[in-house]
Structure formats: C-alpha cells, structure tokens
Design a protein around this ligand. Sequence first.
Ligand SMILES: C[S@@+](CC[C@H](N)C(=O)[O-])C[C@H]1O[C@@H](n2cnc3c(N)ncnc32)[C@H](O)[C@@H]1O
Length: 235
Amino acid sequence: MNRIKAVQRALASRPNAVYLEIGVAQGVAFMRVAADEKIAVDPAFTMSPRTRRLADAKARVTHYFETTSDAFFAEQGALLERTGIDVALIDGLHTSEQALRDVENTLRHLRDDGVIVVHDCNPARASIATPADSYTDFRRRNHWWNVNWSGDVWKAVVHLCSFRPDLQVAVLDCDFGVGLVRRGVPESMLSFTAEQIDALSYEDLAADREHLLNLKPAAHLDEFVAGPPPQRQAG
Ligand SMILES: C[S@@+](CC[C@H](N)C(=O)[O-])C[C@H]1O[C@@H](n2cnc3c(N)ncnc32)[C@H](O)[C@@H]1O
C-alpha cells in the first residue's frame, strides 16, 4: 500500500471523477492515476515530456498550474467551482501550516463523499520530521545522506483531529504515513489547543503515534473509503 494505491482505491467506481494533486514533482503519482479530469499543481514541475504524455493518456482532460497551492486556490476558484473535487493528493510543501491550509482549501471544493489523501503524515525518524521552511532549508539542516523529508505535516493531522468534529481522519501506517480525510463523524477526537500542538516535539509523536495520528494498518483503507454505514431512519 502507498499513496498512489490509496488514491486509486478512493477513485475507483466514481464516474467522471476529478482528481487534484498538490505537489507533483516528476509526476510519479500523477502519471499513474486515471480520472476523467486531472489537475496538477506545483511551482516547479520536473515532469519529462514522456511522463506528461503518460499522465495525459489517463484522463479526458488534464490541467497544469505551475504555481504554489495558495496561488492556485486563490486564482482558480471558477475552475474548481465547475469541476468540484472527488479525490485529492496533498503532497506539496511539507510544513504543518501549509498542509493544513491545503486540506482546508481542498475541503471547500470536495464533494460530500470525496476523500483527501495527505502524504508524509507519519515520519519514522526525527531527521525525516525536521521542521523546515523548504526542501532546501531541510538539506541545510541535515546530513547529506538524509534525503527524505516529511517535515511536521503530522501536526496538521493532530490539528484536524483536535478542531474538526465534522471530519473523519486516519493515517495508514505505510509509505511515510498516508493520511485520509473525509466528511463524517470522527471515531474520537483529540483535545489539544493550537499552542499545545505547536509545542509538540518529534519525541511526543514517537511516544504516542497511534493515538496522535489515529494510526491504522494499511488494510483500513477499504473501510475508510467505504464511509460510514447508512443511518437508520427513526420510526
Ligand atoms: C514530494 S514532491 C511531490 C511528489 C509527488 N506527489 C509524487 O507522489 O510523486 C513535493 C513537490 O511539492 C512541490 N511544492 C513545494 N512547495 C509547494 C507549494 N507551496 N505548493 C505546491 N507544491 C509545492 C515541490 O516543487 C515538489 O515538486
């Protein structure tokens, strides 16, 4: 299981599905995902022409926006109003503030039964979780052999679990932590304030990641994507 399989599973059996990917890089995920309409956002695409052809072949329409996610959401409201979003992969700038903003902006256009997949929610080592302003900043703060950067995206999960009683949030224990977000009543919530979340350290995460992230085995994906069982009507 990984972020790409999670996206593919969430998209399965949705007619005319719209897929948004924030942070695309070489297009490793974007070229594999099949949807009716695909939207790619990255301030610095590094997709080869071949990868772009493969990505385009898996959609009726593709859109590429070479810009930051904040600028994309600020400028492309009309497009998103028209298309809506079925499934999004959030994998752009790996700071908790940006990841949270990307989730919140995506939610404004997400269909009622839509699913947001957030990559990099469960860093396995402190070096991977180094808070930094950018990948370049991360490189400056770390030995050259540490190449994986998830930053403190995990705090965005803690924030959602603390402040959003309208969202179901879980993290699959695979591929640097595959976060899942959808509308619905959460199993349980956390009770941190924003200041307390700010003060959490990697050691706090390592000591209690099951609870802080609502960490689940990868096999939980099917149950999450299926959503809550239909409510019984009273009477
Ligand atoms: C880890 S890579 C994405 C990998 C890709 N999703 C995949 O699965 O193959 C992160 C990407 O986020 C992009 N990025 C950085 N800051 C961003 C921002 N503010 N908005 C959107 N994308 C951003 C970087 O340029 C980089 O290409």
